[in-house]
Write a protein that binds this ligand. Sequence first.
Ligand SMILES: Cc1ncc(COP(=O)(O)O)c(C=O)c1O
Length: 392
Amino acid sequence: MAFPERFSNLPDYAFPRLRKLLDSHAPGGEVIHMTIGEPRHKMPDFVGPVLAASLDGFASYPPNDGSPGLLAAIRGWIKRRYHVDISEDRLMALNGTREGLFNAALAVAPERKNGQTPVVLMPNPFYQVYTVAAVTTGAEPVYVPATAQNGFLPDYASLDPALLDRVTVAYLCSPANPQGSIASRDYWKTLLALAEKHDFVIFADECYSEIWRTAPPPGVLEVAQEVGADPERVFAFHSLSKRSNLPGLRSGFVAGGPKGVAQIRKLRAFAGAPLPLPIQNVSQAAWEDEAHVEASLALYQEKFALAGQVFAGLQGFTLPEGGFFLWLPVEDGEEASLKLWRETGVRVLPGAYLSRDVGGQNPGKTYVRVALVAPKEEMQRGLIRLRDCLYR
Ligand SMILES: Cc1ncc(COP(=O)(O)O)c(C=O)c1O
């Protein structure tokens, strides 16, 4: 049997690669996991009661696009957070942002552009689903370096105009995984203007929007409104995974222009897996409540402060503006991860597992990614061991 070639160039996913690198070696101490971006703060107290009161919902097929209550709650949250009124027909419930970032590309990205093979832009390093979405839509993924030199945000405007004319979708993650950089209002404005000029859409991956260090990150929806951008240019993806510490709920949404969201809804009516109604009810309660988000944010801010103390004075170290990763410079990310595991039992991810080699340059190769998700004391122990092993 012949399998399609489409995904033949995909490397193994980051975590199997990490297991291959580390698991044949014994840990050098108490094992501390700082690899995966799985929030470990407390989930909100209301999850259990809302779920228990909604069990009947498992007896029916759920509404595909999102229940009226869920869509109204999302609309309300966008209004409070970004001061933008996005009508319900411009929203679609998702099973978390990962599948949405993939499936929305299938729904809206054309297979050809101006008679040419399309291009999908993404930062390098990047969240890995972007490249699979690009390839699936028949596009050429173009990896644009997001390095210390450009504030860890890709400079899409510097690309060749002929290439930009082939772009169908540009992914941008803010706060960025892995570097924690935040797109400023000006950055979004430039990107919106570029999208208009070269006729492409922006997929804004904002799933870390509620985890920040000094100020809430500006959202693409508010900047688009401010500059009067065509609403069809922008799709914003949000999630309860990080905001509400509910990665297992599998719940998020996309907000876009009415035509784009209608296309996404249509494809999902054929091939989507709608969220079970009880999950939609829990999600509604989560989008309606801010207290649990504030409590979790306060904990992350304490963790940022602790990380700042541990790495104070370390050359090349900067605290991230948002998200919950440290992106630490090392000589070689794989060697550093292995050394750290063998000498201390602390597990981190080599940066190159999140990036691609382009023209012999791999912007993740000299970094490790460290997730600040473990409980505070455990995290602090892990960071101190990491510092003493890799930097002293
Ligand atoms: C940058 C980024 N985007 C999207 C996701 C997907 O999150 P979820 O599908 O849980 O909403 C993640 C999860 O780690 C992420 O780091």
